[in-house]
Design a binder for this molecule. Structure first.
Ligand SMILES: NC(=O)c1ccc[n+]([C@@H]2O[C@H](COP(=O)([O-])OP(=O)(O)OC[C@H]3O[C@@H](n4cnc5c(N)ncnc54)[C@H](O)[C@@H]3O)[C@@H](O)[C@H]2O)c1
Length: 276
């Protein structure tokens, strides 16, 4: 018996990284998982995004462990594609009980040097795309009187970060949306929360652009060059946490009986202690 037997979960950004880890954990607890990802490159993003093979691999890993999952290639910026994703969950699995809105992009640069495309894509994916996912699933959750929504924000949604103004704005933005949505559905058996990771051991962190940002004084910085720089960002001096650390927080929120809503759960390696 899993804690989520009979439940249906949509996970966005499920092709790899934290999204894959969340999808595997949800399935291990018995949820049927609709794994969604754009599985393609967005031009303004300076590191490789996921591939169709990676999205299929998430589903393969779930089914190989005895779980039930399907993949739906979806760009969360598209109202039509997000609607089709939700329709597919309802048609194939009967409902949408859980949304883990995890998909996002990242990028770096001083505010005055950001291009319109960098700003617009960041807001379109991380904020507007996440809004479209919530908008599509909430009617189904209202119909059944049950829902668990977890939106992945960031510790950069709780404090500023030089060279991440567009990313930070999008991650502060989703917290405002989460709190407002939580109020709208508070009496309907639906909880809406944000989970705020610090650095994660995923391709969003480990890429040349990020390495150069954190080691501007080093030619062609390597993982060994960046490790102490990342470790200096939090009181526990941990360079990054594994995706499973964030999955534990997501699973806590989706298996909660329903009394936590509108909250921001920070998995910040101690950074929370520095915030009001
Ligand atoms: N990696 C970190 O250090 C870090 C830190 C704090 C917060 N986060 C957040 O954690 C979440 C997961 O990121 P990750 O670390 O696993 O990075 P990742 O890049 O490995 O995963 C993000 C996934 O989202 C997908 N995606 C991007 N745009 C999409 C779109 N328009 N439609 C559908 N899918 C799309 C990507 O293809 C990718 O598979 C994100 O919300 C990210 O902002 C990451």
């Amino acid at each position: 018996m899993g804690q989520l037997d009979g439940k249906v979960a949509i996970v966005t950004g499920a092709a790899r990284g934290q999204g894959r880890s969340h999808a595997l954990a949800l399935a291990a607890e018995g949820a049927r998982v609709v794994a969604c990802d754009i599985a393609a490159q967005i031009e303004s993003v300076e590191f490789p995004m996921s591939t169709p093979d990676e999205l299929q691999e998430t589903v393969r890993m779930i089914t190989a462990s005895g779980g039930d999952a399907l993949a739906v290639t979806t760009d969360i910026r598209s109202t039509e594609q997000v609607q089709a994703l939700t329709d597919r969950a309802v048609e194939d699995y009967g409902s949408v009980d859980i949304l883990v809105a995890n998909a996002a992009i990242c990028g770096t640069g001083p505010l005055e040097q950001l291009t319109d495309a960098q700003w617009d894509d960041m807001i379109d994916v991380n904020l507007t795309g996440t809004f479209k996912c919530l908008r599509a699933v909430l009617p189904h959750m209202k119909r059944t009187g049950y829902g668990r929504v977890v939106v992945t924000s960031s510790m950069t949604g709780r404090h500023g970060n030089a060279n991440l103004s567009h990313y930070s704005a999008s991650k502060f933005g989703v917290i405002g949306m989460v709190k407002s949505a939580a109020l709208e559905v508070a009496t309907m058996g639906i909880t809406v929360n944000a989970m705020c990771p610090t650095s994660a051991n995923t391709p969003m962190l480990h890429n040349d652009t990020n390495y150069r940002l954190f080691c501007p004084d080093v030619d062609n910085p390597t993982i060994d060059d960046v490790r102490p720089r990342f470790a200096s960002l939090n009181p526990m001096e941990l360079p990054w946490l594994e995706p499973e650390a964030y999955t534990r927080a997501v699973m806590f929120l989706v298996t909660d009986p329903g009394h936590i809503s509108g909250a921001t759960l920070e998995v910040g390696a101690g950074v929370s202690a520095q915030l009001a």
